[in-house]
Write a protein that binds this ligand. Structure first.
Ligand code: ADP
Ligand code: MG
Ligand code: MG
Length: 208
């Protein structure tokens, strides 16, 4: 069972990992965007990591809602509202649950990823964060159907997300700022797909 404390550890781990990779994320965004993805994400997740010490959260869903609102308010750009929506929507299926099992976590992840699509209208192959999230969710659900527990489902999700991220390299972007480059966006890994994998890897370390 995954507790509120584990979710708070997840955001702390996200913040550390994004901070460590901020320069890399910014370099990726410099190649096909405006070079702010690492800075945007580090600012937002640092703020989220501070929440646990500032406020006594009593439920997972209240905490994830606050995380989502904080990301909307601090990350900015295209990715801020998308990651914000991911956490806000994740909270929905978890309302009032004191802890969650793999099945509930799958429902929350699906709601979060559906939220990204509802907001950004990306499809697989558009060279966005969804290219990491879509196969990650699929892998989580397959592992769950095969009887795996949370840790195994999350490890499968992180692995599939990483492969999805790597697969963005040859793609021509069809969404976001990178799409303005047309064919010149090919040959670079998508920054948002890369940050999505950092979130998934942090989840595999903390929520299992
Ligand atoms: P901005 O492009 O506004 O500077 P960021 O650099 O923070 O925003 O984020 C860029 C990332 O956002 C892209 O690499 C891509 O993964 C993601 N992104 C952009 N538009 C969309 C969309 N419509 N759907 C999903 N993800 C998107
Ligand atoms: Mg950018
Ligand atoms: Mg920007």
């Amino acid at each position: 069972m995954t507790t509120l404390t584990a979710f708070q550890d997840w955001l702390a781990d996200c913040s550390t990992s994004i901070e460590e990779q901020a320069e890399h994320l910014t370099d990726l965004d410099r190649a096909i965007g405006d070079g702010d993805h690492g800075t945007n994400m580090a600012r937002g997740f640092r703020r989220c990591a501070e929440l646990a010490a500032e406020e006594d959260f009593t439920s997972i869903d209240a905490y994830l809602k606050k995380v989502g609102m904080t990301l909307v308010g601090t990350v900015g750009g295209a990715s801020g509202p998308l990651y914000g929506t991911f956490f806000l929507r994740m909270a929905g299926p978890l309302s009032a649950a004191p802890d969650v099992d793999a099945r509930a976590l799958a429902q929350a992840l699906r709601a979060g990823v559906d939220g990204i699509v509802a907001r950004g209208r990306a499809e697989v192959g558009d060279k966005t964060m969804y290219d990491a999230f879509a196969p990650a969710l699929e892998a989580f659900e397959s592992a769950l159907a095969a009887g795996s527990g949370t840790a195994e489902c999350l490890a499968a999700a992180a692995g599939a997300g990483a492969r999805g991220r790597d697969a963005t390299e040859p793609l021509v972007a069809r969404k976001g700022r990178a799409s303005y480059l047309g064919e010149r966006s090919a040959g670079h890994v998508d920054p948002g797909a890369s940050s999505a994998v950092l979130l998934l890897e942090a989840a595999a370390r903390t929520l299992g």
